[in-house]
Design a protein around this ligand. Structure first.
Ligand code: GLU
Length: 316
């Protein structure tokens, strides 16, 4: 995708607004929220990019050699999350910020030939670690929060973006203004997500309803069988942009969710390469172009790319 295209069509089963841009008020709110989430936890990156020759010398990843020889890479993504990872049922194309990040990292680390042969597979939240450890996916780029529990099982490069958990409710339901109003109410989120863990620990009085995908939660919210959906604000803003008349955000984000690229364990050279590719993307404008081509279509102002900090440098 090389030029701006209309906002993504509705999800399967959602009314959606193909090609229609959200109203200005939503755009402003969306922009402010996305910029704010970046500002909260968005200090990303690492040491300065190495020259190409040095990178080549440091590249001793067995996975890179294997995937280059294979000529194809399998990337786990979300297929039902507008703005981050959304599959068009008609064309089969996957689109979103995570997809763009995956494309630019693959191009830099594995080369153009592999980048022309990315096979995206759907990795719902609870399947991501297994997809990596079983070899079903080479990388996972799927609104995937870096956590110590997950780092015990797989590796991460990044973060390349930071969001925070928030609440989506029906527009007409004015009684819900934040986590304190969720007591005794059915609240939908997804199995295997940090959102589910955070809901149980931070809002123990809510009644959790766990399903496999966030679009299923949104379907239930619209149908009235749950009173709220909780997950990262960035994900909720995608549904809000798709159906601005139906829903609203209640309150402010209450966690920090730094998104990383999931990598199968055992290949530290690959983790370094992916980290370097991300830092280069922050600096050379490709992170910003990825933003403009996806989230930017909502009219959200373009934030600065993540910046290097010494804390982050140690990760990648
Ligand atoms: N970022 C959170 C997580 O990785 C919630 C979003 C998701 O499930 O993809 O669990």
């Amino acid at each position: 995708m090389s030029s701006p295209t209309p906002i993504p069509p509705g999800l399967p089963g959602l009314p959606g607004l193909p090609g229609r841009r959200p109203r200005r008020r939503l755009r402003t709110a969306l922009g402010a929220a996305l910029v704010a989430t970046l500002a909260v936890g968005g200090a990303l990156g690492g040491p300065p990019a190495r020259p190409a020759a040095a990178r080549e010398a440091a590249r001793s990843s067995p996975t890179v050699a294997e995937i280059r020889a294979r000529g194809e890479i399998v990337v786990g993504a979300k297929f039902d999350q507008p703005l981050f990872g959304l599959r068009d049922a008609t064309t089969g194309e996957v689109d979103g910020f995570d997809v763009e990040i995956a494309r630019l990292v693959v191009r830099e680390v594995f080369g153009r030939r592999v980048a022309r042969n990315i096979r995206f597979v759907e990795t719902p939240s609870r399947t991501r670690e297994d997809a990596l450890t079983s070899g079903a996916a080479d990388l996972v780029v799927a609104t995937y929060t870096i956590t110590p529990e997950r780092e015990a099982v797989i590796d991460f490069a990044g973060p390349y973006y930071t969001s925070g958990q928030a609440i989506l409710t029906r527009k007409a339901d004015t009684a819900i203004r934040g986590t304190a109003d969720l007591g005794g109410r059915p609240v939908c989120t997804v199995s295997g997500s940090t959102s589910a863990t955070n809901l149980t620990t931070r809002v123990p009085t809510a009644v959790p309803v766990l399903v496999d995908t966030y679009s299923e939660c949104v379907t239930r919210l619209r149908a009235g069988t749950v009173d709220a959906v909780t997950t990262d604000e960035a994900i909720l803003l995608g549904y809000l942009a798709t159906e601005p008349g139906a829903f609203r955000l209640a309150g402010s984000p209450f966690t920090s969710e730094p998104y990383g690229i999931g990598i199968a364990p055992g290949d530290p050279a690959l983790v370094r390469e992916v980290g370097t590719a991300l830092r280069n993307a922050f600096r050379n404008g490709s992170w910003t172009r990825a933003w403009k081509r996806t989230i930017g279509r909502t009219g959200a102002p373009v934030p600065d790319p993540p910046v290097a900090t010494s804390r982050q440098a140690s990760r990648v």
